[in-house]
Design a protein around this ligand. Structure first.
Ligand SMILES: [Fe+2]
Length: 244
């Protein structure tokens, strides 16, 4: 069994298409998405349809929840403007799809999918201390979980009690030790933030206990053109070529 993991698509159709092509060429059995299908970029409706066509199993991210109006947090104007753009771009069925996504999921009881962290759906795992306390929380409250896949930071990471893998800027593989609990971020599909503009995704090989990362080229200029054409803040287009 090999499953693909994607995160933070953020309505980037060119990046999502490239990543799905990569995962299909690798003949994965199933693809999971850990949230933030929409927000920032210009093709939310097309991305939702592509996920449905490919039978991707998803959870919600904070931008999906902003869009479906489930939460009323104070957020930046540029983000609010994109949410309004996204709401206008989606059909009723697509809005219903976004609203229907659960905040977390299990697969085979030992794999957990969350957007932010196991502790909270909106928490950023952006420090060693936060990572460690979440690993401890998993071991204490959900000891049956072997790997928790998360997103939200848009940074590819492997974290276990005795190991951290980061700066994953090219396609590469890591053998894991089934004795340990892991937090794994596949990196961002549609808005990578690790100074590498390539779209990111991962495959988990359950039998070999190996995680394969893929950094994938896509047509960034087309994505940027669509963002500018849609009237979305140009900074959101500019950041894509810098990977931040
Ligand atoms: Fe995100």
């Amino acid at each position: 069994m090999r499953f693909g993991i994607i995160a933070d698509i953020h309505a980037n159709l060119e990046a999502l298409t490239a990543v799905l092509d990569t995962l299909k060429r690798q003949e994965v059995d199933q693809i999971f998405c850990v949230g933030d299908i929409v927000g920032y970029n210009a093709n939310p409706a097309e991305c939702i349809e592509l996920l449905k066509e490919n039978g991707v199993i998803s959870i919600s991210g904070n931008h999906d929840r902003f869009t479906s109006g489930e939460i009323d947090a104070i957020i930046r104007k540029e983000t609010r403007d994109v949410i309004n753009f996204t709401r206008n771009a989606l059909s009723t069925e697509q809005m219903d799809y976004i609203a229907s996504l659960p905040e977390e999921r299990y697969f085979e009881d030992i794999f957990l999918f969350v957007h932010g962290s196991p502790r909270h759906k909106d928490e950023y795992i952006n420090s060693l201390q936060i990572a460690r306390s979440n690993l401890q929380l998993l071991q204490r409250e959900r000891p049956f979980v072997s790997v928790c896949f998360y997103g939200h930071t848009h940074l590819p990471y492997i974290i276990s009690p005795n190991r951290i893998e980061t700066d994953i800027h090219r396609s590469t593989s890591f053998e894991l030790d089934p004795k340990f609990t892991y937090l794994i971020n596949p990196g961002g599909v549609g808005q990578p933030r690790d100074q590498c503009p390539l779209a990111s995704c991962a495959i988990f090989d359950v039998d070999r206990y190996v995680v394969h990362y893929f950094r994938v080229e896509y047509d960034i200029e087309t994505t940027q053109g669509k963002i500018r054409e849609a009237g979305i803040d140009h900074k959101i287009a500019d950041r894509l070529s810098k990977g931040r």
